[in-house]
Design a protein around this ligand. Structure first.
Ligand code: HEM
Length: 363
């Protein structure tokens, strides 16, 4: 059978892709050489956004069941690793766009009229699907960040916002972790006692080693430490923290995330610990992208307002902090104690957390 010619182009629909770069500066007056780079740049980004959403579809579908099958953990991690690799590339890729001088950008900026990456609905979908809530956004355009988008795109974003985000799904999955409260083992009580021991030992050492002035300041610091731990150990305090926006994660989810982080070497917790770590990679890479993009914007246009109508650089820098999604996972590090002070898990629980398979003649 004869193969049709140019299968490669057909498969990749190259005729459509390579016919999709139409600079606006020429028709507006004078063709600007660098506009081609600008267009191709945004298009490649949108393709990687598409891939990110495609991976998220699969991850979220696997997380949507009320009991996540352990076998799903491997593909979930593989997809998240891929998203992280894509975003690492998207950060580095900005080097290429920065070969454009601010003056060269200015030569076609007017022709863009109000077009801006601010209107990237795929970027908004990624944010919403990961868990950025409308109420947490910086209120540009009176909070209607999607006002400039077509109605069906707005609907799509609204739908993503009204369904459980990856954040919600991970919180739910953490809350169902069985090992937090297992028979007579109560992780929270055991951990709380260990924290008290660490702080008591610190206070005793200070009494022994320090003079009056240094002692007073050390005891005050230890007291602040106790109050800090109280914010998570006490359910009502935690609820208050959630109401005040200090925490987002549920109390039970928080306990599980700490247990996983502290006892991550136990075989059954290794995959969950990897999951938390790669989620932080993704969150950090998004923040890195925001930072690099903001620096590039400052380099290209100083503090001028954006074509999308925001405050430009100032707005973008503010999103860096305000639009972080998985901040709670970073907050956990505040509540860790050294490994040597960690209470050992009861033997029965440890064995439940181990691999079940033992070779017949093995050790
Ligand atoms: C010369 C290059 C660029 C300049 C000067 C620039 C400028 C800006 C400015 C000023 C904003 C704030 C919104 C506004 O008022 O317009 C913005 C937002 C944005 N830009 Fe760019 N941009 C550039 C390249 C890119 C590229 C290559 C992408 C990739 C898709 C991109 C994606 C975005 C996104 C997603 C936002 C929304 C960020 C948010 O709201 O958190 N930009 N850009």
């Amino acid at each position: 059978m004869t193969q049709p010619k140019d299968l490669y182009s057909d498969y990749l629909r190259l005729d459509r892709i390579l016919d999709a770069q139409t600079p606006w500066s020429g028709p507006a007056g004078k063709a600007a050489h660098d506009e081609m780079l600008f267009i191709i740049f945004h298009q490649t980004y949108e393709l990687w956004f598409r891939q990110t959403l495609f991976e998220l579809d699969d991850i979220q579908q696997r997380f949507s069941s009320s009991v996540v099958d352990d076998r799903d953990m491997h593909p979930i991690l593989a997809r998240l690793d891929r998203i992280a690799a894509i975003w690492r590339l998207l950060v580095r890729q900005l080097d290429v766009l920065e070969t454009m001088a601010p003056q060269d950008f200015l030569d076609f900026r007017e022709a863009l009229r109000s077009a801006s990456g601010f209107q990237s609905w795929q970027f908004r979908l990624i944010e919403a699907r990961l868990g950025l809530r409308r109420s947490d956004r910086i209120p540009v355009f009176h909070g209607e960040f999607d006002a400039g988008l077509a109605a069906d795109r707005r609907r799509q974003i609204g739908s993503a916002e009204s369904h459980p985000s990856l954040y919600d799904q991970i919180d739910g999955w953490l809350s169902r972790t069985p090992f937090v409260d297992r028979g007579d083992y109560k992780f929270w009580e055991s951990y709380r006692a260990a924290v008290d021991r660490v702080l008591d030992a610190k206070a005793a050492a200070a009494q022994h080693d320090l003079g009056a002035e240094a002692l007073a300041s050390e005891l005050a610091a230890i007291d602040r430490g106790r109050r800090k731990f109280h914010l998570i150990f006490d359910e009502a305090e935690h609820a208050k923290g959630v109401a005040e926006g200090l925490w987002r994660m549920s109390w039970r989810g928080l306990q599980a995330a700490l247990l996983i982080t502290l006892y991550r070497q136990e075989p059954i917790l290794q995959m969950p610990a990897r999951l938390l770590s790669v989620i932080m990679d993704v969150d950090e890479l998004l923040a890195l992208w925001r930072y690099r993009h903001a620096l590039m914007v400052q380099r290209m246009m100083g503090t001028a307002i954006g074509t999308g109508g925001s405050a430009g650089y100032g707005y973008l820098m503010a999103t860096l902090e305000k639009h972080r999604i998985f901040g709670d996972l970073y907050g956990l590090a505040t509540y860790l104690i050294p490994s040597h002070a960690l209470p050992p898990l009861p033997e029965r629980l440890r064995s439940e957390m181990g691999y079940r398979y033992h070779a017949e003649n093995g050790p």
